[in-house]
Design a protein around this ligand. Structure first.
Ligand SMILES: Nc1ncnc2c1ncn2[C@@H]1O[C@H](COP(=O)(O)OP(=O)(O)OP(=O)(O)O)[C@@H](O)[C@H]1O
Ligand SMILES: [Mg+2]
Length: 243
């Protein structure tokens, strides 16, 4: 299976602190890959690198295109990094429209059609013309995913997409992610501390701690590390220095 994200020997220093230390991993095309690690491990920093928000040393390729060729490399990438930011006095639709205006490859008609499509994909129909300030956290997450989907990406990178959501909304977001992956073949890289949630979603895992990759592998190979078949046990085992 081909590798759609390739990260090789990536290091990053922030405020004289080495936050990423020779990080290498790959993500398979069409997979859902979980990116897990303790607080401060470097997940968001790595995701900020993958989405072109900050630079790094080392090599990053997206669909084979080096990240320093930013426009081409990021053309097929959608992302939601930490809490998405919206104009709260505008409606969900208006927020999406403002973002779509930045994409000069779309004309008015395709913009409107694309916005309607992403609203349906994330299940915001009926609420898209309400102001965002009245949205629940779950609706804001849906809108954040809708924004990330606007450019019809092949790769979707989500940083803690279900953080703080109730179990019902968490399941709805999981179903959106699975649908995008299964029906549209979107490759997903998802960071989260909700290991039970990732266990249900992911085909592969990348585990990072203190800026270094601890282990990367298929769900089976990672889960077997804990001896119980559960991601949480495998994670705790690996964090305690186990193999
Ligand atoms: N702009 C910055 N300047 C200095 N240090 C930073 C900066 N941004 C992040 N860091 C540090 O880099 C380390 C990694 O942070 P990062 O946000 O990538 O971790 P994370 O794995 O996403 O953690 P969490 O699970 O809590 O979201 C942390 O120690 C953090 O304090
Ligand atoms: Mg983070």
């Amino acid at each position: 299976m081909s590798r759609i994200i390739e990260v090789e020997n990536v290091s990053k220093t922030l405020s004289r602190r080495q936050v990423l230390n020779n990080v290498s991993f790959t993500v398979k095309k069409n997979s859902i890959t979980g990116f897990i690690g303790p607080n401060g491990a470097g997940k968001t920093t790595m995701i900020r690198i993958l989405t072109g928000l900050i630079s790094c040393s080392g090599t990053v390729k997206l669909s084979g295109i080096p990240i320093h060729d930013k426009t081409r490399a990021l053309k097929n990438v959608g992302a939601m990094v930490e809490m998405p930011v919206f104009s709260s006095y505008m409606t969900g639709y208006q927020n999406l429209y403002a973002l779509a205006l930045l994409d000069s490859t779309m004309n008015q008609r395709t913009r409107r059609a694309r916005i309607r499509e992403v609203i349906a994909l994330v299940g915001l129909q009926g609420r898209e013309h309400n102001k965002v300030k009245g949205y629940s956290l779950g609706m804001k997450q849906r809108l954040g995913i809708a924004q990330a989907l606007l450019n019809n990406p092949e790769i979707l990178i989500l940083d803690e997409p279900t953080n703080g959501l109730d179990p019902v909304v968490t399941k709805e977001i999981r179903d959106i992610i699975l649908k995008l992956n299964r029906e549209r073949g979107v490759t997903m890289l998802i960071s989260s501390h909700l290991l039970g949630e990732l266990e249900k979603l992911c085909d592969d895992f990348i585990i990072i701690s203190r800026g270094r990759i601890v282990k990367q592998g298929s769900k089976d190979s990672i889960l077997s590390a804990g001896g119980t078949g559960h991601l949480e046990d495998a994670f705790l085992h690996l964090m305690a220095g186990g193999e």
